[in-house]
Design a protein around this ligand. Structure first.
Ligand SMILES: Nc1ncnc2c1ncn2[C@@H]1O[C@H](COP(=O)(O)OP(=O)(O)OP(=O)(O)O)[C@@H](O)[C@H]1O
Ligand SMILES: [Mg+2]
Length: 331
């Protein structure tokens, strides 16, 4: 088997906040992403998706100290134990990030050309002409119309959809091996969303880019992610090939998540059931399953005993004491 581009093993992250709280956010995260593959990471707000992305990038809020154990292997090299210079090199050239809101990641007073080529100018000096030329090519590659003019513009002169394309061009400029896209289209309207996701798909396929697509919307992963990891309470509670997870969910949380998504086929439901209860308070960690307080199948065992890994298929697993049986699984 070839080495995955990203191989995360038993990753735990605890954040130390400025007011001296210790928040154990990520618990035993294990996942892989291969070259040219898209892994969808899905979960409700607060499930730890962005902390996961920030842990991979080794960046956290300025005032927050993070303690991380486990392994984050990028093409076989562990980012957590690499010497600082080596880690900076691996992160600088290997991984790029596309953020949710391009307005917060773009600098309002710097021209687009300089922002798009920033990861290149960190490595070698480029003249103004070279920067404009390269930025124009990069903007054309992400389908920005009139790229030469847009390269000279400032972020506020562009629409949200175009700004997100600029964010993608900047991410791709350094020729990364891994792209982390954290809710890349949440700030965009539905039609623009699709074109931006199609664009990411195209570059993933043509560049063989490993892509981690983070979203709270499982519906967005159909036809885009080959595999899905479902997160809840800082854990991966279910993972497997997209069709297996969405057609035959084994974890009650995944089943509930799927019931809350509008269906493309089948009878139209007038109201979509929301999952009752609220997500877990991560400052008060639960023994056993974090979903137990909201789970209709939960028994006392679920709040006291560590979760077994249930094999629902050859590459499909769920961490649950009472997984759905094949007959129950039709969402
Ligand atoms: N810098 C921080 N300091 C303290 N707590 C944090 C920090 N960053 C994240 N958290 C907490 O970690 C948990 C996971 O947050 P995270 O941002 O990863 O969720 P998410 O799954 O990305 O949610 P969303 O869908 O809203 O983006 C939350 O409870 C959040 O409050
Ligand atoms: Mg987030």
């Amino acid at each position: 088997m070839t080495t995955p581009v990203l191989d995360i093993r038993s990753l735990d992250t605890t954040l130390h906040t400025p007011d001296d709280r210790r928040l154990h956010i990520l618990h035993g995260i294990t996942l892989t992403v291969g070259a040219g593959e898209c892994l969808g990471v899905v979960g409700e707000s607060g499930s730890g998706k962005s902390v996961l992305a920030r842990t991979v990038l080794c960046v956290h809020a300025r005032t927050t100290r993070a303690e991380t154990t486990g392994q984050i292997l990028l093409n076989g090299e562990n980012l957590l134990t690499a010497a600082p210079a080596r880690r900076a090199a691996l992160l600088g050239t290997g991984i790029a990030m596309v953020h949710q809101d391009p307005m917060t990641s773009l600098n309002p007073v710097v021209r687009i050309a300089d922002q798009v080529t920033e990861s290149l100018t960190n490595r070698k000096r480029l003249t103004r002409r070279e920067r404009l030329h390269t930025a124009t090519e990069l903007l054309a590659a992400v389908d920005v119309p009139d790229p030469a003019r847009r390269a000279r513009a400032y972020p506020h002169e562009l629409s949200g959809g175009l700004r997100q394309r600029v964010g993608i061009a900047a991410a791709l400029a350094g020729d990364p091996v891994l792209l982390l896209a954290d809710e890349p289209t949440t700030a965009l309207d539905v039609t623009v969303q699709r074109t931006v996701l199609d664009l990411l798909d195209r570059h993933r396929a043509t560049r063989g880019l490993a892509t981690l697509l983070i979203t709270h919307d499982i519906g967005l992963l159909y036809g885009r992610a080959r595999r899905i990891a479902v997160m809840y309470g800082g854990r991966v509670v279910e993972s497997g090939p997209t069709e297996d997870v969405t057609d035959r969910p084994a974890h009650p949380y995944t089943a509930a998540l799927l019931r809350s998504v509008p269906r493309v086929t089948g009878p139209l439901r007038r109201t979509l059931p929301a999952i009752p209860g609220s997500p877990p308070d991560l400052s008060r960690p639960a023994a056993g399953c974090p979903f137990a307080p909201r789970c209709e199948r939960a028994e006392s065992l679920c709040t006291t005993t560590a979760l077994p890994v249930h094999r629902a298929g050859p590459a499909h697993t769920a961490s649950c004491h009472f997984p759905l049986t094949p007959l129950e699984r039709t969402p």
